[in-house]
Design a protein around this ligand. Structure first.
Ligand code: ZN
Length: 183
């Protein structure tokens, strides 16, 4: 089984979810992602929450009707804090008791404007640098620290980067970046 690379300074992966699950993570505080497989060594890492083109019709009935459901778009960034099995679905209202694995998500930050025209992929996938930069630019201002990680900037300096023409990002050393990966 392929293991995610963790040698990058700021590893980030992406996960494609059917709607409305992606929007539920972004907006409704969905804190469990139900999967048939564990996130393996990527616990603690940041994920881009990507909404695929598919729809879970049954789940649609459990979310507000006016929930916006972008497709083919990154809608949020979140952190995988762990995963467990055998809880019988009692860990969260979002947990599916028939699911093998419950991935624990936290610190979700919604993108005010989703990053669109992004193709979904299987498993935990590696977002390329252009996508990382697009998501960084779409993050809200209070997530500047996350944005700097997506741009692979050292947290002490932003001056050397030629990319990211749109805004000056000043990484914060505050709790604004609770999702910072430690490696
Ligand atoms: Zn559980």
């Amino acid at each position: 089984m392929r293991k995610p690379t963790v040698s990058e300074p700021y590893p980030v992966r992406a996960l494609t979810l059917w709607q409305p699950h992606a929007s539920a993570v972004a907006v409704l505080g969905k804190d469990i992602e139900n999967r048939g497989w564990p996130p393996s060594s990527f616990s603690g890492g940041l994920i881009l929450v990507h909404a695929g083109l598919d729809t879970d019709q049954a789940a649609l009935r459990q979310v507000p009707r006016d929930l916006e459901l972008p497709r083919g778009a990154v809608v949020a960034i979140a952190r995988i804090t762990g995963a467990h099995t055998d809880c019988d679905g009692r860990c969260s209202p979002w947990a599916d008791r028939d699911s093998t694995w419950h991935w624990e998500l936290s610190d979700a930050v919604q993108l005010p404007t989703p990053v669109t025209e992004v193709k979904g992929r299987q498993r935990l996938w590696v977002p390329d640098d252009p996508l990382r930069r697009r998501v960084a630019a779409a993050l809200p201002q209070n997530a500047a620290c996350l944005a700097s990680h997506l741009r692979k900037e050292p947290s002490a300096s932003t001056a050397a980067l030629p990319a990211a023409p749109e805004t000056v990002i000043r990484p914060a050393r505050s709790s604004a970046c609770p999702s910072t990966p430690t490696k």
